[in-house]
Design a protein around this ligand. Structure first.
Ligand code: ADP
Length: 264
């Protein structure tokens, strides 16, 4: 028998009146679990055949002398699409792990400074000939309680998006600091920006503000859903501020209690 799940809502009316609603959400939880398991199983099953296909494509493309001239482009396209599919499977598996994992990030320790410097270097490499100006400012270097791999994934998704959605030569500013009540990590770009109507839905799986543009950039459509889950695991949240045609700022806020003060 599945565990019974109830959702209790209490509405207050004036001083004394309360409306208490109890809803049985057991079935919804069961269906959610089935969906997660299905996605995770399919992703696992697709990984092995895809690894074999990619391996053979790579071997084939190395035989430069024996490939007939007309075959080079189709081969490169097949390789490109196989890489996209691998990225998609990796993101689907990460997302399903994040959805099923308990929020147990309290004990892990993360050092933000080396992490962010590495992400900055990776973003410069991603930008390549496009020569974005990618700056980093770090105002606090205390270690924090958090899962380093998850935070790396969240921050790099935001930084790489800024590079992807900003024309060549644009700027991407990465900032990290602590204010009165939160640890904040933000990325500001002067790229395409996002229409306000899309903003509330951007963290949904596969939601894209501009599907044709996103296809060009080669993203999986899962990046912001992953970021949202990682922040949830760290009791934090993502906020998005954007002006179409001018640029966007994505900010991750995590409770200040996660800072590890020396001697504490
Ligand atoms: P994708 O793989 O399509 O980039 P994401 O989940 O990372 O998927 O992002 C969802 C959508 O949000 C993108 O398709 C794009 O429309 C929009 N987006 C994300 N970051 C930016 C940004 N820095 N500037 C403009 N649009 C962005």
């Amino acid at each position: 028998r599945p565990q019974l799940r109830l959702q209790i809502q209490i509405n207050l009316f004036g001083e004394d009146d309360r409306l208490i609603t109890i809803k049985d959400v057991t079935r919804i939880h069961q269906l959610e679990k089935m969906r997660r398991d299905f996605v995770s199983n399919v992703s696992h099953e697709m990984r092995t055949p895809l690894t074999v296909i990619s391996g053979y494509l790579e071997t084939l493309s190395e035989q430069t002398e024996s490939i007939p001239p007309g075959w080079q482009r189709p081969l490169a396209t097949m390789q490109h699409q196989a890489n996209r599919m691998e990225a998609l499977i990796t993101d689907l598996l990460l997302l399903s792990r994040l959805e099923t994992s308990e929020r147990r990030t309290g004990d892990a320790v993360c050092y933000p400074e080396p992490l962010l410097r590495q992400i900055q270097q990776d973003a410069i490499a991603l930008s390549g000939d496009q020569q974005h100006r990618i700056t980093l400012s770090i105002d606090d270097s205390h270690a924090i309680q958090g899962d380093e791999n998850q935070l790396r994934s969240a921050f790099s998704n935001l930084v790489f998006n800024a590079v992807k959605y900003t024309p060549a030569g644009g700027t991407v500013q990465i900032r990290y600091g602590v204010d009165d009540d939160a640890i904040r990590f933000s990325v500001t770009d002067n790229g395409s920006g996002i229409d306000p109507e899309h903003i509330p839905r951007l963290t949904e799986r596969f939601y894209r503000a501009d599907p044709s543009r996103s296809k060009e950039t080669g993203g999986t459509g899962l990046g912001l859903a992953i970021v949202k889950h990682i922040l949830y695991n760290h009791d934090g949240h993502l906020s998005i501020d954007s002006t179409p045609g001018q640029g966007s700022t994505f900010t991750c806020s995590v409770p200040i209690e996660r800072i590890i003060r020396e001697g504490a």
